[in-house]
Design a protein around this ligand. Structure first.
Ligand code: AHR
Length: 326
């Protein structure tokens, strides 16, 4: 994509000052002043601890880098994101970044941004487009790998068990990249053991309240549930409440695997109420500002920047909990 503005001194400073951090740390140095690069960022919403940490990380890194951030929160609605992005185009910002609520339905909007000569950076969640050149780069996690890690833990955990393992899946927001890709990665991993069977799945919308409700429905509909795969910590923590309300012991009677590794998720894991937590790092702010700096100064950026992530069992959670940032 053609870069529409000549590099400003500020943007050059930005590139020099901001360094990439593998884990998406928030420590972007900077402070380049008011006349900075103008970044319009459309955020999904406020659905989870992960999302709040992601927003804070972007705000913090923008401030440190001297980027003038116009942040819009879409409350989980694609139409709100579309309206925000059109406002960014009208305002003629330097760069647009967004974390798409759902994967599909972005082509027209991305084409409008291209027609206006504004580069777009996709963050956190991938878009499913007919033309991938409509965005310059994508910064975010490998959600398929996250789902796979969750499934591999179950395969290993039930290695010596004979007989069916009944799993329920509390999925993320329908149509979103993390829901689609975590489901796919998980299904791929558990295929290794035919006894592992998903007997129910429901949309937990990445929230604690919805996770609790979906789990309560599963408990009413099925006896003998062995394990839950919740697509994020909030849903898993909601499931914990539903399982306790049903008189069962989460983590003991029913195993629970989640994704994110938020402080609350790791605390529940350390207490034994969750069993395994796959990390999804929301601290993308400094990496995003680095990409913004490169894009506005005509530098080449990779098409895809994947965030390094790990996974936690109980002992690992205990070891990191004291200084968990989110
Ligand atoms: O897109 C990342 C996912 O969205 C996180 O796993 C979840 O917590 C968030 O709401």
């Amino acid at each position: 994509m053609e870069v529409r503005r000549a590099p400003t001194l500020l943007a050059l400073l930005l590139v020099g000052l901001v360094t990439a951090c593998g884990g998406g740390e928030d420590a972007a140095p900077g402070g380049a002043g008011q006349d900075g690069v103008r970044l319009g960022f459309s955020q999904v919403g406020t659905e989870s601890a992960w999302r709040l940490a992601n927003t804070r990380s972007i705000e913090h890194a923008a401030t440190n880098a001297g980027v003038r951030l116009d942040l819009r929160i879409a409350d989980g609605k694609q139409e709100n994101q579309a309206a925000a992005i059109r406002e960014f185009i009208s305002a003629d910002v330097d760069v647009i970044a967004f974390s798409p609520v759902v994967e599909t339905g972005w082509d027209t909007l991305l084409q409008e941004a291209r027609d206006a000569g504004i580069p777009v950076i996709v963050t956190d969640r991938m878009v499913d487009t007919t033309d991938t050149s409509l965005f310059v780069t994508m910064l975010g996690s490998d959600f398929t790998a996250e789902g796979r890690k969750a499934g591999e833990w179950l395969v290993e955990h039930y290695r010596d068990r004979h007989g069916r393992v009944r799993i329920v899946e509390i999925e993320g927001t329908a149509g979103s990249a993390p829901a689609n890709q975590r489901r796919a990665g998980f299904a791929e991993a558990i295929k290794a053991d035919r006894d592992l069977q998903v007997i129910g799945s429901g949309d937990g919308d990445f929230t604690r309240a919805q996770g609790e409700q979906v789990m309560a429905g599963f408990l009413a509909a099925h006896t003998g549930i062995d394990a839950v795969f919740a697509h994020n910590d909030d849903e898993g923590l909601g499931a914990v409440e539903a399982i306790e309300a049903a008189g069962k012991r989460p983590g003991t009677d029913i195993k629970i695997i989640t994704v994110d590794a938020s402080r609350d998720g790791l605390a529940a894991l350390a207490e034994g109420r969750l069993n395994y937590v796959v990390e999804c790092n929301p601290l993308l702010g400094s990496q995003l500002m680095e990409l913004v700096g490169k894009v506005t100064t005509g530098q080449t950026v990779p098409r895809r920047v994947v965030v390094d992530e790990t996974a936690f069992d109980r002992e690992a959670a205990k070891a990191v909990l004291h200084n968990r940032q989110y």
